[in-house]
Design a protein around this ligand. Structure first.
Ligand SMILES: Nc1ncnc2c1ncn2[C@@H]1O[C@H](COP(=O)(O)OP(=O)(O)OP(=O)(O)O)[C@@H](O)[C@H]1O
Ligand SMILES: [Mg+2]
Length: 214
């Protein structure tokens, strides 16, 4: 099943970032987007995850053009089907790790998976407040929080940026296993070339174009 289609996307802030960006994501598939800092990768991810409207082109989610969806329809998809792990973690700072996960579990009628927390090595820190966690721990809490809601499409921006090699590898395995288990798809933005090359397709954002390199 087709999860997402990008059709001739183009976006400009002060200058044009990219144009004619097109690709498709299907179930159990992972797509990596690499490119220099400032090339527009996060901006593209914001467009694909419907947080930002592109200047030109369209995004289809589950074969339907996002721009033709009602607010209600889009909100439901965002709540149930899209999972966003971004560079700035949108965690509730005054809450503990466990409370953040409880909110995600409650909103999506799912339960917290203690095994996942153990694998991410945040089980022991789950009672601590977010502000008392390291950057890498917060990053893993945001991954756990997103997976708790069992989305169909994961949008992941630099998920291993603050992590050591061992933890980074575990995060990679958890994400790939998730795609298979839940028939989900993932769009990953990363500077971690090894993680990128392990994805099914790899694109580089370069000279304002998305070039397929795998
Ligand atoms: N909301 C905004 N308003 C104006 N310019 C923006 C906005 N968001 C991003 N930009 C600009 O767009 C360019 C691309 O930013 P973006 O965050 O997409 O890059 P990136 O490829 O994700 O970089 P990095 O690898 O450092 O995360 C940058 O020059 C940035 O300053
Ligand atoms: Mg970025």
């Amino acid at each position: 099943m087709n999860l997402l289609t990008a059709n001739k996307l183009s976006h400009t802030f002060d200058t044009n970032l990219f144009h004619d960006v097109s690709f498709e994501l299907s179930e159990k598939q992972s797509i990596a987007i690499i490119g220099l800092s400032g090339s527009g990768k996060s901006t593209l991810l914001h467009i694909l995850s419907t947080l930002l409207t592109p200047d030109e082109g369209s995004v289809f989610l589950f074969s339907k053009d996002v721009s033709t969806m009602s607010d209600k329809e889009l909100s439901k998809i965002k709540r149930d089907d899209l999972g966003l792990v971004f560079q700035q973690h949108y965690l509730f700072k005054g809450f503990s790790c466990k409370e953040n996960l409880e909110v995600a579990a409650m909103l999506s009628n799912q339960s917290i998976d203690d095994e996942l927390l153990k694998r991410l090595d945040i089980y022991e820190t789950k009672e601590q407040k977010i502000t008392q966690l390291s950057g890498g721990q917060q990053q893993r809490v945001s991954i756990a929080r997103v997976l708790t809601k069992k989305p169909k499409i994961l949008f992941v921006d630099e998920p291993t940026g603050n992590l050591d090699n061992i933890t980074s590898n575990e995060v990679k395995n958890i994400l790939f296993e998730y795609l298979i288990e839940y028939n989900a798809g993932m769009i990953l933005v990363t500077h971690n070339e090894e993680f990128a090359m392990d994805c099914d397709k790899v694109y580089r954002l370069e000279n304002k174009e998305l070039i397929k390199i795998k």
